[in-house]
Design a protein around this ligand. Structure first.
Ligand SMILES: *[C@@H]1O[C@H](CO)[C@@H](O)[C@H](O)[C@H]1NC(C)=O
Length: 118
């Protein structure tokens, strides 16, 4: 005798995993842990909050792997058209793609100097 609950639970569990992976502000690996541990949130979340100063509805999308990683098409461009927003978008790209700080799209030193120690 098999319980009808088992497939239902399996379905719920897999839906939850898919939903958890779908967030664009969650890092896909541990490469950005230095940032997340230090700042207390992922670089994508910092980037999102920065952009939300100008556009409260802004949500982080999937960063593009050819730079610039994100478009700045706001009416009020002050929040995305600056070097800190660019560096955060680069870190967010690293976070989504799970690339470490010393390889790939490296804006880590810039943000470390200008944001973390600001
Ligand atoms: C992630 O961003 C893409 C667009 O780049 C969007 O279609 C998708 O809905 C976003 N996912 C979440 C969970 O916000």
């Amino acid at each position: 005798m098999s319980s009808p609950m088992v497939p239902l639970l399996a379905l719920l569990a897999s839906t939850f995993v898919l939903a958890a992976n779908a967030s664009n502000v969650t890092c896909s690996g541990t490469g950005m842990n230095w940032y997340t541990n230090f700042v207390g949130e992922s670089p994508c979340r910092t980037y999102e909050r920065l952009r939300q100063i100008c556009n409260p509805a802004f949500q982080v999308g999937v960063m593009r792997t050819n730079t610039p990683p994100d478009v700045c098409d706001e009416q009020l461009a002050d929040c995305c058209c600056n070097s800190i927003a660019f560096a955060l978008a680069m870190l967010c790209l690293n976070c989504q793609q799970n690339i470490g700080t010393s390889s790939g799209y490296d804006a880590g030193n810039f943000v470390h100097d200008h944001v973390v120690h600001a």
